[in-house]
Design a binder for this molecule. Structure first.
Ligand SMILES: [Zn+2]
Length: 131
């Protein structure tokens, strides 16, 4: 049964959901499964991971990657149509232009927020751990 909440969340995140579905198809993801209300698509051809609405697309579905990308899914639920300009654009630019100190990609916005929401804990030495 489709609930009103599910319909609202899909519409609220519709730009991300459409892009996520398209990207998963474009990368020919081998298989997918459900993870905490999100759909995880796995393709060995995909470099890294990305979250678009309820779609998580990863090259390798390690626990740390899943938890981090789930944090981005929660950001998408919170921000709705603002997710792409606020999180997606900034995250993409940071990664593409390497606007971070080497080894500190997850230390600043929006990556540290995604870690916190998803359940990745940062220790005082810069290490990341599953909570
Ligand atoms: Zn991220």
């Amino acid at each position: 049964m489709v609930r009103f909440k599910d319909i609202f969340l899909w519409a609220w995140q519709s730009p991300q959901n459409v892009l996520g579905r398209f990207l998963a198809a474009a990368y020919g993801c081998r298989y997918r499964y459900s993870y905490r209300g999100c759909l995880v698509h796995v393709s060995s051809r995909f470099p890294g991971g990305i979250s678009l609405g309820r779609h998580i697309i990863v090259g390798k579905d390690t626990p740390m990657t899943l938890v981090h990308e789930y944090g981005h899914c929660l950001q998408s639920r919170i921000l709705g149509p603002l997710y792409l300009p606020v999180v997606g654009l900034w995250s993409g630019l940071r990664a593409w232009l390497q606007l971070y100190r080497p080894g500190h990609y997850y230390d600043s916005f929006p990556e540290n927020w995604a870690d916190r929401l998803g359940g990745v804990r940062h220790d005082r030495y810069g290490g990341r751990h599953l909570a």
